[in-house]
Design a protein around this ligand. Structure first.
Ligand code: FAD
Length: 323
């Protein structure tokens, strides 16, 4: 019978994202048997110690060509070829752009059910996984159970704690079947897009601006606040549509879904489509000159005022506190 949890993720030159450590903790807490980590690309094996510290019992590193360049179909086919040997009951992915691209393809090949963007996982008395995930743009939280033999889930960053649970992982040498034909579309170049100091989906603090900012050049006020807070900078959709900021900043139903500890909504009205992307935030701080703005209905803290006065003062206050 299938057992254990397979955690699949990307890494960048030996650096794993924090969400991977969170997912390893989730995998251990399910207590469904061994936890196996599978990762790809140049210097993947540099992550060995880190993966062991967070409880991976077994690891697979596919570091050679063709795994140095991402290909949705190629990676999905290769992973599917080793799943019968690994025989996991559960497969977990980060709910990152990468995970969102690869996990449905693998699910289709394995004929497995997939629940995306889950907040938490637990097991029931039959050792099946129950996932909690947002639905209807974050209006409700649903509990989801998957009835296929392999249960697949992607996990939203910044929701679960990463708790060390040191092991000495065994490095597995299982070679996938590689079909040249399946590596049709291959990523040939990666360019890092600057979005504040860090990737929005993993940021702990986000300073986000909307149309109330009035002009592209005024975003420097948010950059300054973000700098003193060590935060990433995001935006509502119209601001990105108007080209004030790159589209990588856009948060919401049609943009990025974020889950920071603190989300500053500055000059953002709080439309339902924007709220869909920020409902996972622990604290929302709204700065808006309209006391009736819908954002105040979801904000934990609200400042009614002109952002052009409030934001520079807030930045100065925080800077002086840190001095
Ligand atoms: P506005 O609604 O214009 O709000 C600006 C706010 O700034 C107002 O509340 C105003 O009181 C305040 N303000 C103005 N001047 C100041 C000042 N000096 N000081 C302080 N406050 C000030 N939107 C998203 O954000 N993300 C999405 O993913 C998204 N997806 C969409 C998908 C669909 C299918 C559709 C139809 C819409 C989508 N939208 C999305 C658009 C969404 O409906 C709203 O139009 C948008 O979120 C509004 O952006 P905003 O809050 O920046 O602008």
């Amino acid at each position: 019978m299938s057992s254990g949890v397979l955690v699949i993720f990307d890494q960048n030159q030996g650096q794993v994202r924090h969400v991977v450590l969170e997912i390893l903790t989730v995998a251990r807490n399910l207590a469904l048997g061994s936890v196996t980590a599978l990762t790809f690309g140049t210097d993947a094996s540099k992550t060995l110690n880190m993966l062991g510290e967070y409880g991976a019992d077994q690891v697979l590193f596919w570091e050679q060509d063709p795994f140095t360049r991402y290909s949705s179909d190629g990676f999905a086919d290769a992973i599917a070829s080793v799943v019968p040997e690994l025989d996991p009951a559960v497969i977990l992915f980060p709910a990152s752009a990468w995970g969102k691209d690869l996990s449905p393809r693998l699910a289709e090949l394995l004929n497995a059910g997939l629940a995306t963007d889950c907040l938490s996982l637990r097991t029931n008395e039959e050792n099946r996984v129950i996932a909690t995930r947002p639905m209807y743009a974050g209006k409700v939280l649903a509990e989801v159970q998957i009835d296929t033999p392999i249960q697949m889930f992607s996990i939203r960053p910044n929701i679960n704690a990463a708790v060390p649970s040191p092991t000495t992982p065994v490095v597995l040498d299982i070679a996938p079947v590689i079909s040249e034909d399946s590596f049709k579309a291959v990523v040939t170049e990666r360019r890092e897009v600057q979005s504040g100091v860090q990737e929005l989906t993993e940021a702990d603090i986000i300073v986000s601006g909307g149309r109330g900012i009035k002009a592209a050049e005024n975003f420097k006020l948010l950059d300054q606040l973000a700098e003193v807070l060590g935060a990433a900078v995001g935006s509502s959709r119209p601001v990105a549509d108007d080209g004030w900021v790159p589209h990588s900043y856009h948060i919401g139903q049609t943009g990025k879904v974020v889950s920071p500890t603190v989300y500053f909504a500055i000059g953002i009205s709080g439309a339902i489509q924007h709220l869909a992307g920020i409902s996972g935030s622990k604290y929302i701080v709204a700065i808006n000159n309209d006391p009736e703005a819908p954002i105040f209905k979801v904000a934990n803290y609200g400042i009614v005022g002109d952002l052009f006065q409030v934001v520079p003062r807030l930045t100065e206050e925080i800077r002086s506190l840190k001095a």
